[in-house]
Design a protein around this ligand. Structure first.
Ligand SMILES: O=P(O)(O)OC[C@H]1O[C@@H](O)[C@H](O)[C@@H](O)[C@@H]1O
Length: 316
């Protein structure tokens, strides 16, 4: 073998890109899943753009999803994070424009479009999934119940220690409209008897159990010992977290952005027994809904206006 005195120098090795988040669309085109190389993952059903699952790096599920939740588009999902829009709660004749809509509006009852994924610049430790819905994307029957020209852009960002959901609502038509919106997050807890919700102290609230009444805030964290359905009126201070603790340990820190109310809901035994899509029947012991939203009064959007609201849930 001839030894070549002037060998070409080896090519300088380009450092490999860090492992990128994986995003997959299910074969039946109904779900999008995303995972970080460190193990965290989310799964989003295109029906309602409902986040069904959020797991930490150890694979522990953070959201509660009923075992009998309908995932076939026949009913809003009982669990995960359904989106409430453009109406919170049951329709009411006092607000004519939304009085024909179903409870919590229609955004959770229709299929959204997956618009794509992105990551923060230079980062492989987060992934953002974008979903869209517009007046053109809903069926004629729904459009006739709420005949406005709108656009919704919903972004779900998974980070190693947090999940952010951001909704941007635009008025794309000439007619003004009024909206309410909320992230109806079902949190998974170990034992509702040992759950405390902090960060709501001193906030007045509307109690919706057994007739609607307004109550002054209390100084201690909220505990749940029966059916609970409250709309808390919060300050605009987006730096103050709502903290869900379980067994004395903080589990979730929820930060709001431009969402001035939080609903706390647990149906307890009788109400959950009456819901066919709620199971197991003692599942109310392992869930609590803490729902950041804008649901007191209405946000008016004139032609060309936009409203943006977000929540970020941190794992302590
Ligand atoms: O059964 P739905 O329509 O999903 O609503 C569940 C609950 O959602 C909560 O946000 C409301 O405060 C409750 O009053 C309601 O019962």
């Amino acid at each position: 073998m001839v030894d070549r005195p002037n060998k070409p120098t080896a090519l300088v090795k380009t450092p490999g890109l860090p492992p990128q988040p994986q995003v997959t669309i299910s074969q039946d085109n109904t779900r999008v899943t995303a995972s970080l190389h460190t193990g965290e993952s989310i799964e989003v059903l295109l029906y309602g753009a409902t986040v069904l699952s959020w797991k930490d790096c150890a694979g522990d599920e953070k959201l509660w999803l009923s075992e009998t939740a309908k995932l076939d588009g026949s009913k809003p999902v009982r669990g995960g994070i359904p989106i409430v829009f453009p109406l919170f709660g049951p329709p009411n004749a006092s607000h004519a424009a939304t009085s024909s809509l179903p409870q919590h509006g229609f955004a959770r009852n229709v299929r959204w479009e997956f618009l794509g994924k992105s990551t923060s610049e230079g980062s492989s430790s987060n992934v953002k999934l974008d979903f869209g819905l517009s007046s053109e994307g809903i069926d004629e029957a729904t459009r006739s119940l709420w005949p406005y020209s709108f656009g919704l852009l919903y972004s779900v960002t998974l980070d190693r220690e947090s999940l952010n959901t951001t909704l941007v609502i635009t008025n794309d038509g000439n007619e003004p409209f009024e909206i309410q919106t909320l992230f109806h997050t079902y949190f998974r807890v170990q034992d509702i008897a040992s759950v405390q919700v902090g960060g709501l102290e001193d906030a007045s609230y509307t109690d919706r159990v057994g007739g609607t009444k307004t109550e002054a805030g209390t100084s201690s964290p909220l505990t749940i010992a029966g059916e609970t359905d409250r709309v808390y009126q919060l300050t605009k201070d987006s730096k103050k977290a709502i903290v869900i603790s379980d067994g004395g340990e903080p589990r979730f820190n929820i930060f709001r952005d431009n969402l001035d109310q939080a609903v706390v809901w647990n149906p307890w035994d009788a109400k959950s027994a009456a819901m066919a899509d709620f199971s197991p029947k003692d599942g109310f012991k392992r869930m609590i809904c803490v729902e950041a939203g804008s649901v007191q009064g209405w946000q008016k959007l004139d032609k060309g206006d936009a409203f943006e609201g977000a929540q970020t849930i941190f794992l302590p």
